[in-house]
Design a protein around this ligand. Structure first.
Ligand SMILES: C[S@@+](CC[C@H](N)C(=O)[O-])C[C@H]1O[C@@H](n2cnc3c(N)ncnc32)[C@H](O)[C@@H]1O
Length: 232
């Protein structure tokens, strides 16, 4: 296992992905996966660099591997209406929007105006930005105002509310729709939960695992992704 700080640095954009997040996937293997995934366009390079230069906890950004995977999920499911809970500076929302048809839509929830300002700047620059609506405020309050139906919901905000987001969004997901939870392995800390965030993630994982309304798979992509398909 290569320690994160030993992974290629300098001009390699992937080195930033390791900053501040414990890795449980072999870093060299993940580097290989990164090197064999369609590269970021210049817009995403600049979005990532600005996020890492100006934001606290920039490692929250999903990055290339997960971003491309989310985009692929949108393509494969043919999703048209997406709800994102936790936009940050907009990387995942913009990636998903690229796979939507012209009349497709992403509604994304955020609470931090500094993150919002960066996201708006890059959404304005992208030909897909007009598919995205930002809803500022507490996501649980925002969800109450939405009617759906959503084809895909991506949960990536504050961890203590993961179960609440799942239950609040569930009725808005169409039968046959997908709920995706991010960070569900929480740097591997789920194996020995010692803090509230980790316990909340474990509770979410168990909630989905025990939910007869869904078919689910827990993936070791980046920090862990839970996919839950709502039965028809
Ligand atoms: C992990 S980041 C999202 C990363 C994003 N998906 C990306 O790819 O860049 C979580 C975001 O959720 C936001 N957040 C936290 N609590 C929230 C709440 N109660 N309502 C809405 N957003 C919240 C944070 O401000 C933060 O920007």
């Amino acid at each position: 296992m290569i320690a994160p700080q030993e992974v290629r640095t300098g001009n390699n954009p992937f080195s930033t992905y390791f900053h501040g997040m414990d890795r449980f996937i072999d870093a060299a293997v993940e580097q290989f996966a990164h090197d064999h995934t369609e590269a970021e366009t210049d817009l995403y390079v600049r979005l990532r660099e600005e996020t890492y230069r100006t934001m606290d906890r920039p490692q929250m950004q999903v990055g290339l591997l997960e971003g491309r995977f989310l985009k692929m999920l949108v393509r494969l499911t043919g999703a048209r209406n997406i709800l994102e809970i936790g936009m940050f500076t907009g990387y995942s929302a913009l990636m998903m929007s690229e796979a939507l048809p012209e009349n497709g839509h992403v509604t994304t929830c955020e609470i931090n105006p500094k993150a919002e300002a960066i996201a708006r700047k890059y959404f304005a620059e992208s030909p897909h930005g007009n598919k995205i609506t930002i809803r500022m405020g507490r996501a649980l309050e925002t969800i109450k105002t939405l009617s759906g139906p959503f084809d895909l919901v991506f949960i990536d905000a504050d961890k203590p509310n993961y179960c609440n987001y799942y239950e609040a969004a569930f009725p808005l997901v169409r039968p046959g729709g997908l709920i995706v939870g991010d960070n569900v392995l929480w740097s591997g800390k789920v194996l020995d939960p010692k803090d509230d965030d980790t316990r909340a993630i474990v509770a979410f994982d168990q909630l989905v695992q025990d939910d007869p309304r869904v078919e689910n798979v827990c993936l070791t992509v980046r920090d862990g992704m839970m996919l839950a398909w709502k039965r028809k």
